[in-house]
Design a protein around this ligand. Structure first.
Ligand SMILES: [Zn+2]
Length: 106
């Protein structure tokens, strides 16, 4: 007998687990608890869906090399190409050198 009723994992980052003595929790792909515990699995499923929706949106965010200084910074989104430092500079300065300085990483 095959368990065809098992919901297929959507390849999401978040998972619901049952922890003995606690209840249901939502964990991320690293196993860190992101929500719960709750005695209601449905509640955690809702939370899991929310977290996954947020993660999808956030997929466009994250570390990004600054177009100006080439340092990695936490981009707020695809529109966000300058690190906060360079954004401050360019807002007060008209000529922005487009060339990226050669910089050793590490
Ligand atoms: Zn920068």
């Amino acid at each position: 007998m095959s368990n065809i009723n098992t919901p297929k994992k959507r390849g999401g980052l978040f998972d619901i687990r049952h922890v003995a003595g606690l209840g249901y929790v939502v964990v991320d792909d690293l196993g860190a608890r992101r929500g719960g515990p709750s005695p209601f699995k449905r509640q955690m499923a809702t939370l899991r869906d929310q977290l996954e929706a947020e993660a999808d949106k956030a997929a466009k965010r994250g570390p990004r090399p600054c177009l100006r200084c080439a340092n990695d910074f936490h981009s707020e989104g695809i529109h966000n190409r300058l690190c906060p430092h360079c954004r401050n500079i360019s807002s007060g300065e008209q000529s922005v050198r487009p060339s990226i300085p050669a910089r050793k990483f590490g």
